[in-house]
Ligand binder design. Structure first.
Ligand code: EPU
Length: 343
């Protein structure tokens, strides 16, 4: 049976920037046959398909033509094997709820990724990462439906070509599949990863009191750091980091380090350096800058916030202003991190 297909549906409550935009057609799919039927509907009318997860990493620049499919595929299953837990999550499961669920079960590894907004399926597309851990580190495989044939295809970690906020699904396989579930391999023994400076500082404070550091505590600390720095999208609409942290050559990094000895930078395996875009933006004097209903967040310059009533065009215009300033000041081209739809 075809899931109910609605016309002209507001997407404002389906995107964490709370931008006003309409889907020409919209449906929510709860199982594979719903998804097959929705894809067939779009194909029969020769219309584009836009899958939607938690809506936390998108900018809606205008209305979306064709069919928007809300991927509401739920379900979690697990098996224990060789000291690991292999858990398969429906793409529509909420990321943070599942991080908490895994911790409660004694399946470890996801604690540094606590409180990241969004759903499991999209997490794999952009290889979410925080505080020294990336999804790709724990990833086993995913199943995706080919949008044209309806065929289910499995991709292992190598096939997903994960990179920094990057995967096959943002490149060669872009717009070709809809992820239906992902499988992660977690440890049954705590595996703490506390090297990230902000996390290490909190851990040191706790160790000084004689307290034991557990994965649950690491999760609590990560939530604390995120709440201190990052605006809660349910209160101040935003899409997290608006830009990727740029990777620059060794020569460029050395030149900048002479000029700005305080510039944070992270050496990459090939000698390049990753530089925090938030720092670059702050140096340009943009932290807290407001343009109408859009602003650069006052505590984390990497995040653009909708103060109320903003349009996608206004968000993109401020993003462009920031990009131009960083380009002029540092000769570094920032790349927008969320996906832009309806442009
Ligand atoms: N910084 C500034 N000014 C700012 C923001 C940051 O000087 O306005 C400096 C900080 O002081 C620090 C450095 O930049 O020295 C890094 O800052 P932070 O630890 O806040 O991390 P980030 O590089 O800005 C990245 C991710 C975040 C992730 C954090 C923690 C990207 C694009 N962003 O931000 O991910 O939570 O590291 O691992 O890689 C997201 O993707 O939406 C996201 C929030």
């Amino acid at each position: 049976m075809t899931p109910t297909i609605l016309e002209k549906v507001s997407l404002q409550s389906y995107n964490s920037l709370a931008l006003p935009a309409e889907a020409e057609y919209f449906c929510s799919v709860e199982n594979h046959s719903d998804l097959l039927a929705a894809l067939a509907f779009a194909r029969s009318r020769d219309m584009p398909v836009t899958p939607l997860g938690g809506g936390s990493n998108i900018v809606l620049a205008g209305d979306i033509l064709g069919l928007v499919i809300l991927v509401n595929l739920k379900g979690v299953s697990s098996r224990l094997e060789n000291g690991s837990a292999y858990i398969t999550f429906g793409a529509g499961e909420n990321w943070h709820d599942q991080v908490q669920h895994c911790l409660q079960q004694g399946w470890y590894g996801l604690e540094n990724l606590s409180l990241i907004p969004g759903n499991m399926g999209a997490a794999a597309i952009q290889n979410i990462g925080a505080y020294g851990v990336e999804l790709g580190d724990l990833f086993v495989s995913l199943t995706a439906m080919n949008r044209l044939s309806g065929e289910l295809v499995e991709f292992d970690r190598a096939a997903c070509e994960f990179g920094y906020r990057d995967s096959l699904f943002k490149n060669a396989a872009r717009d070709r599949y809809i992820i239906v579930d992902i499988c992660l391999g977690l440890s049954l023994e705590p595996q703490l990863n506390i090297q990230y400076p902000a996390l290490q500082a909190l851990v040191d404070q706790h160790l000084a009191t004689g307290a034991e550091i557990t994965p649950e505590l690491v999760s609590t600390m990560v939530c604390q750091i995120r709440r201190e720095k990052l605006p809660d999208p349910s209160i101040t609409p935003n899409a997290g980091s608006f830009f990727k942290n740029p990777v620059i050559s060794q020569a460029k990094a050395l030149q900048l380090a002479q000029q700005y000895p305080q510039m944070p930078r992270y050496a990459q395996a090939n000698g390049d350096s990753k530089v925090p875009a938030g720092w670059l933006i702050e140096q340009c004097g943009f932290k807290g800058l407001q343009r109408g209903p859009v602003a650069v967040h006052q505590d984390q310059a990497l995040v653009l916030v909708n103060l109320g009533g903003a349009s996608g065009a206004q968000v993109l215009a401020l993003g462009e202003e920031v990009r131009t300033a960083v380009l002029e000041h540092f000769e570094i081209a920032l790349e927008i991190e969320p996906r832009v739809y309806g442009a």
